[in-house]
Design a protein around this ligand. Structure first.
Ligand SMILES: Cc1ncc(COP(=O)(O)O)c(C=O)c1O
Length: 404
């Protein structure tokens, strides 16, 4: 078989298969080189197509809380290393190709935002907020093996999965119409099980409506019922990097008796690679740690090997934007969400927005519009999450689609 010029795909596969067959050694170096070049061209063409598709999809995202706008090019060189953070980030392991120094610095920054007492600062970067939630609830269950888990109807689906994983008895609390927990129902439900310890998941921003459960009101209920054996976990997936910067937002930090808190770093911060920020009080984590000789550190996290690149991305985001940058972005997103609500009002489109939220709930548009703008749906409703890259121009284009 002799080839010249373009070689069709089918011939490629035959030749590639033959090259893998040691019995067929009659191909010249030129032929082998030709296959390599053609294969590379095919690979490159596929990658270029994918690049164009991703560029297009990125420019039309409205429905999911992902900050798509950051440039991490300067970090690409670190993909040459097998960066793996192993075990507890605060206790060095025997594996040294890691980015734990960046993980610790990033965690300290977030712990500072949440006013964690210095002696209690602990956390780790997980695969996403689901794992960070799992960690928080797992910690509560380990501290109180007889615990019952409480969360509201508007809670992210990861919590019921976590309850199943941990085989935790669960009570779902009614939500108010704005999506916030109904504190009266919480009290009623807690009264039914006063013999059991309590784990409560508190939403600092619900997925669909962007409602914030008020930690202080939950704590007041626990006090009123004289419940002492409890673990409070906060799911702050998206709002975790917004609420600390919004004036007048409900108080939610470690000066309150919160045990653990979870934030998605790929959402508001936009690490591009999924990443969950887990914070938990060190004195609680100490009670469940196990020393492991094989890794030379203690086992405190859910997974063993953890992504060593995301800590770099997170650290870089923090260093280049800092408190001032995050504050500007958070307030900008909330302001543009208000703008979207205003525009929907102008065209008479049914909608709802909570205070301190960049999520606008709206009556579900036609399927073609939902598809074009990648809208998340719940029953008759959809939502737009106004992230950093959702400009007024993009909002106006969306309104024009709805109006026509
Ligand atoms: C409130 C809430 N919690 C948890 C999650 C899960 O986060 P992840 O996708 O990072 O696992 C989400 C995701 O949208 C969320 O909105």
């Amino acid at each position: 078989m002799r080839h010249s010029g373009y070689v069709p795909d089918r011939c490629h596969s035959t030749l590639i298969l033959s090259l893998e067959n040691p019995a067929r050694s009659d191909y010249t170096d030129n032929e082998k080189a030709l296959v390599k070049v053609s294969m590379n061209k095919n690979i490159e063409a596929t990658l270029q197509q994918f690049d164009a598709l991703m560029r297009d999809k990125t420019s039309s995202l409205l429905g999911y809380p992902i900050n798509t706008s950051k440039d991490y090019r300067t970090l690409y060189r670190f993909f040459d290393y097998s960066l793996i953070n192993l075990g507890d980030p605060f206790v060095p392991s025997s594996y040294r190709i890691n980015a734990e120094q960046f993980e610790i610095e990033a965690l300290r920054f977030i712990a500072g935002l949440y006013r964690m007492p210095a002696a209690d600062v602990w956390g780790y970067l997980a695969s996403g907020c689901t794992e960070s939630n799992l960690y928080g609830i797992f910690l509560g269950r380990e501290l109180y093996p007889d615990a019952r888990l409480y969360f509201s109807q508007d809670t992210h689906y990861s919590l019921s999965k976590i309850a199943r994983l941990l085989r935790l008895p669960t009570t779902v609390i009614r939500s108010q119409t704005n999506g916030e927990m109904d504190y009266a129902d919480l009290e009623t439900q807690l009264r039914q099980h006063l013999d059991q310890a309590v784990i409560i998941n508190c939403n600092l921003g619900t997925t669909m409506k962007g409602a914030v459960d008020q930690v202080e009101r939950i704590v007041a209920v626990l006090k009123r019922l004289n419940i002492k054996r409890y673990h409070l976990h906060c799911d702050a997936a998206l709002f975790g990097m917004m609420l600390p910067f919004l004036k007048g937002a409900p108080k939610a930090d470690f000066t309150l008796p919160i045990g653990s808190l979870a934030i998605s770093a790929h959402k508001f911060i936009g690490t591009h690679i999924p990443c969950g920020i887990t914070l938990a009080r060190k004195r609680l984590v100490k009670k469940i740690e196990t020393p492991i000789e094989y890794i030379g550190t203690v086992d405190t996290t859910i997974t063993g090997c953890r992504n060593g690149h995301t800590p770099l991305f997170l650290w870089y985001a923090i260093k280049t934007r800092g408190r001032t940058g995050f504050a500007r972005e958070a307030n900008g997103c909330v302001a543009r969400a208000q703008y979207l609500a205003q525009r929907l009002k102008q065209i008479g489109w049914d909608h709802f927005i909570n205070p301190f939220s960049n999520i606008v709930l709206l009556k579900k548009p036609a399927p073609s519009i939902c598809k074009k703008w990648q809208l998340a749906i719940s029953h008759d409703w959809a939502h737009v999450v106004v992230m950093q890259s959702v400009t007024k121009k993009r909002i106006d284009e969306f309104i024009s689609d709805l109006h026509n």
